[in-house]
Design a binder for this molecule. Structure first.
Ligand SMILES: Nc1ncnc2c1ncn2[C@@H]1O[C@H](COP(=O)(O)OP(=O)(O)O)[C@@H](O)[C@H]1O
Ligand SMILES: Nc1ccn([C@@H]2O[C@H](COP(=O)(O)OP(=O)(O)O)[C@@H](O)[C@H]2O)c(=O)n1
Ligand SMILES: [Mg+2]
Length: 219
């Protein structure tokens, strides 16, 4: 996968990534919301790096998985269905997830968002565009070898029902079948920035930092 997409993604990024971003972070009237999708396989470090981006660059972090887990604990009508889907490592129907993300964006005062773990399928992507009506400004993709992702998930220690070897294996299959096409779509649109997600958290953040620093420099 890395060999197949690597060069194309980088070329796409280096020629087009800053164009759609120009000027938008400085928009004071909230007429534009700056949206970054954060993608990567299970355990690739999306949540960890989002926390760092929030601390340094003032984005609001919306994790699709966290929003879905909150639905389970708040006893919503979809709670049981969401729990089963997460246990199986499958994708929750887009209508449910997009509604939660849309609500979270609307209720925030901020105008810049990291949407983490979304879109995980073409269906997710199309539903978001239909409901929210916009495309992301750019997309980060944390590229990590499968064996490293499995190791991190099994050591995560957050009591998640899906952090077991059976679910993670299924999640890797779902990632390849459903999420890679979305990553390819954004690569072809020149919106993808691929980050090497191996090494320490600090090392990875030093690869992420220039992307957001360049946006702030234009502010
Ligand atoms: N660079 C890293 N090296 C080792 N462990 C990491 C690294 N980044 C994150 N982790 C750990 O790996 C696990 C998965 O990270 P997380 O941010 O939850 O990934 P994701 O949101 O992509 O599933 C967590 O326990 C986290 O503390
Ligand atoms: N867009 C999304 C995001 C998560 N999910 C579900 O939530 C689970 C956990 O997602 P997550 O983003 O919290 O997982 P990590 O990649 O952080 O390990 C996924 O395996 C899916 O079952 C979904 O159905 N649709
Ligand atoms: Mg996560």
């Amino acid at each position: 996968m890395r060999a197949a997409y690597g060069l194309k993604i980088w070329q796409a990024f280096s020629t087009e990534i800053f164009k759609p971003a120009e000027g938008r972070l400085s928009n004071p009237g909230r007429t534009h919301q700056f949206i970054t999708f954060v993608l990567g396989g299970p355990g690739s470090g999306k949540g960890t790096q989002c926390t760092r981006i929030v601390e340094t660059f003032g984005f609001t972090h919306l994790s699709a998985g966290d929003l879905l887990r909150k639905e389970i604990t708040s006893n919503s009508e979809n709670g049981a269905m969401i729990l089963n889907t997460i246990k199986e490592g499958k994708i929750v129907p887009s209508e449910v997830t997009v509604k939660l993300i849309g609500k979270a964006i609307k209720s925030s005062e901020n105008d810049r968002f990291l949407i983490d773990g979304f879109p995980r399928s073409e269906e997710n992507r199309v539903a978001y565009e239909r409901v929210v009506g916009t495309e992301p400004d750019f997309v980060l993709f944390f590229d990590c070898p499968e064996e490293e992702m499995v190791k991190r998930v099994l050591n995560r220690n957050q009591g998640r029902v899906d952090d077991n070897i059976f679910t993670v294996k299924e999640r890797l299959k779902v990632f390849t079948a459903l999420n890679l096409p979305v990553i390819k779509y954004y690569s072809e649109k020149g919106k993808l920035y691929k980050i090497d997600a191996t090494g320490t958290e600090d090392e990875i953040f030093e690869r992420v930092r220039p992307v957001f620093a360049a946006l702030r420099a234009k502010n």
